[in-house]
Structures are given as structure tokens and as C-alpha cells.
Design a protein around this ligand. Sequence first.
Ligand code: AMP
Length: 176
Amino acid sequence: MSMVTLAEIEAAIRNVPDFPKPGILFKDITPVLADGRLFSGAMDHLLAGVARADVDKVVGIDARGFIFAAAAAARLGCGFVPVRKKGKLPWQTHEESYDLEYGSATVAIHVDAVKPGERVLLLDDLLATGGTAAATVSLLHKLGAELVGIRFLIELAFLDGRRRLGTAPVRSMVTY
Ligand code: AMP
């Protein structure tokens, strides 16, 4: 199979106007997922330069982040940890509230999901205002994680969400 280019991934992302609310241009990544070559190529780009030896846990954010973080963890051979919307995790949690591009929410993580000092790679599908990722970074700091990187498929750079994410290196594949 030939190398998947970022231009091919960008071309497969579907723009859906006014979803889930008027004025939001929703970036739909399901066409990337539905194409095996593009999905695998997207994972190659997402994990470029990341070695198994650098990461203990891959953390994914509810819900589309799970898709990429779980695939990444399986590829690297390290653990996967979900950060979920409030009320979904069954065990003891830490919680953090934040504002989103549309609405507000609270994210939660199991208190024992990451051990102090474990090296974490944080993945999500899309960086918009950065509220979701910043809340997740706070949760990871509460657990004493060492955040080695934060990566997104898509970054809405005009919203400047990355300024809220602290000092860990932030990378995204497709930027608008
Ligand atoms: P934010 O907290 O503003 O950075 O929002 C990021 C979260 O909301 C991500 O988990 C995305 O899945 C979702 N999201 C925000 N804006 C969009 C958009 N325009 N298209 C698709 N997903 C979005």
C-alpha cells in the first residue's frame, strides 16, 4: 500500500455545516475511519516519531478520541485510558469542568488509571477551543502523570486552543 498523504486525509474529512448547532462547521472524520488505507495512514501520521519506549499509557478523550487512542495503544503495545464525560466511569474519579465550542461539560478519569510518573500520550480527534483537552491535562496533572505529548488529527488553529494546553508538545495533522 502506498504512503497516505496528509492531503488525502484532509480531502476525506467531511465538512458538515450547522451541526450540531447553527454556525458550527462540523469536521466529520468517519470517512477517514471507513477507509482502511486512510485510517491506517492517519495512525502512521498521528504516531510519527513516537516509540513504544517513550510512552506508558495513551489517553483518549470521549468519544472520538477513543478510536484513535485505542488504535494507538494497540499499535504501540501500551495501555489505553479513557477520559469520559461525567457519570460514565464506574470507579472513583477525578472530575474537571470546562466550556466547549458548543455548550459545557465535565470530564472524568479513574483515580488509578495512570500511576504517578507514568508517561502519557494524549490523543483526540480535534482541537477547537482547547477546553476539553485543557481539562484533561488538569486531570492528568492531578494523577501525577508525565505528559509527553498531545496530538490531534485536526486543529482549528484560528481558535488558538493550544495556548491552553501547557508545556507538553502539541501536534496536529490537519490544520484549519
Ligand atoms: P474544544 O474543547 O473546544 O477544543 O472541543 C474539542 C472537542 O469537541 C473535541 O473532542 C471534538 O471532538 C469536538 N469538536 C469541537 N468542535 C468541533 C468541530 N467543529 N467539528 C468536530 N468536532 C468538534
